[in-house]
Each structure stands twice: as C-alpha cells, then as structure tokens.
Design a protein around this ligand. Structure first.
Ligand SMILES: *Cc1c(COP(=O)(O)O)cnc(C)c1O
Length: 217
C-alpha cells in the first residue's frame, strides 16, 4: 500500500539525517479524496490526517470519528476568522495561523472554550503576493505577539513557491524557528517530503503520494 511505502521512505530519510525514527509525523492529506480511500487508510491503522477546508472536514470527519478512535486532525488550509470556532471543535492542530486578527480570535476562543489546538504559524517564505503567511521579516514579532497571548505555538509552516528549490525554503524556515525557540516544522509534501525531513521537518503533509491523484474540483 502507498501508505506503507511513504512511511518507509520517511523512516529512511530520518535515519539518514541522524534523527530518531519517530521524529516526524506523517499527516495524510485527505482533502477532496473519496471517502473509501480515506477509510482504507484508517483501516490500515493510520490516524493522522490533514484537511484544508473547515466545511469539507465538518462534512466527513464526525462520521469517521464514530467508526475509528484517536483520530488526529490537522487544518492545513487558510482559515477565516468566522470559522475559527468550528475549527477549534474539529481540529487538534491548526497549521495556518497567519495574521494578528486570527491570533486575537484564537486567544478569545481559547479563554472561552478552555482549550486551544496546537498552532503553527504559516510563513510566506517565498514572499509571494497571492500566498497566505506572515512575511519573513515579520515572523519574530508575530511569534512574540502570539506567545504574549498565551497561544500554544508549536512551530512554523511553509508552502514553498512551485518553481523554486524547496530545500532553500525549508532551511530558511528551520532557521527562523530555531531563533524563536520553536521546535515544530510543518514542511514537505508528496514531491519533497524527504528533503524536508533531512532539513528538520517534524510534520510532513503528504496527499497524492498516499491517496493517488485528487479528483478535479
Ligand atoms: C494539498 C496540500 C498538501 C498535500 O499536497 P500533495 O502534493 O498532494 O502531497 C500539503 N500541504 C498543503 C498546505 C496542501 O494544501
């Protein structure tokens, strides 16, 4: 099964980098995949999944949670403030904290609900105008602001520009995390997760290599 193959490649990349075999988590990105494919991966025993839309996740994961225990769900797509409450209810980790307004909304919800998902701050390492994420120059200040709000910031996340060598972006993200005292690095997808692991990724987000190509939406 593709899942076994990807897990083995990840383990090899971790060992090659001199890291512990469990030093990185494999997030199976199930967005837009047919439910049978997701159920098959759950039946294999995998429990860590990623979705990029709150609405889509709300439509399928409550049913899966009734059928399978200990599901660990990660939001890896952009989040509107008005969906933050729903995201808190559905996800154990949110990888796309990318602006002060969202940080304020999270802090308010955390107080009110008495819990907060683990958080990653998304960084626009390629400084692409159309892409979400904090600009590299603003990262240190934004991390400090989030910590001051008592938010459980675990690390940084990036999606490198398609046309560029991802390793440069992974290395930059690792450097920014280290100087801010953050251990978590959410980076690497189907085409580059081994390079991300070599550069310190703690969470890789792999979709098509596990599930096959996504249906066009
Ligand atoms: C879809 C998606 C992935 C997975 O992409 P694949 O190339 O299918 O592995 C990873 N990260 C984010 C943010 C995504 O939206």
């Amino acid at each position: 099964m593709a899942l076994t193959d990807i897990s083995e490649r990840m383990a090899k990349a971790l060992i090659a980098a001199g890291r512990a075999p469990d030093a990185a988590q494999l997030i199976a990105v199930s967005k837009v995949q047919p439910n049978e494919r997701v159920a098959a991966v759950l039946a294999e025993g995998h429990r860590c999944f990623g979705e990029n839309r709150v609405q889509e996740a709300a439509g399928k994961w409550p049913d899966f949670r009734e059928r399978f225990d200990n599901i660990d769900l990660h939001l890896i797509g952009p989040l509107q403030s008005n969906k933050a409450r729903q995201a808190f209810e559905l996800f154990q980790t949110i990888h796309t904290l990318d602006r002060p307004k969202l940080a304020t909304a999270f802090a308010r919800l955390a107080q009110e609900m008495g819990h907060c998902p683990d958080l990653f701050i998304q960084v626009n390492t390629g400084e692409e105008p159309q892409k979400a994420g904090v600009m590299p120059v603003d990262v240190d200040g934004f991390v400090a602001d989030c910590i001051a709000l008592d938010l459980p910031v675990k690390g940084l996340m990036c999606i490198p520009p398609v046309e560029e060598e991802p390793a440069l972006h992974f290395a930059l993200l690792a450097k920014m995390a280290a100087r801010n005292g953050l251990n978590g690095l959410s980076m690497g997808m189907s085409s580059d997760f081994e390079r991300a692991v070599a550069l310190g990724a703690t969470h890789v987000r792999v979709g098509s290599a596990i599930f096959g190509d996504r249906m066009p939406v």
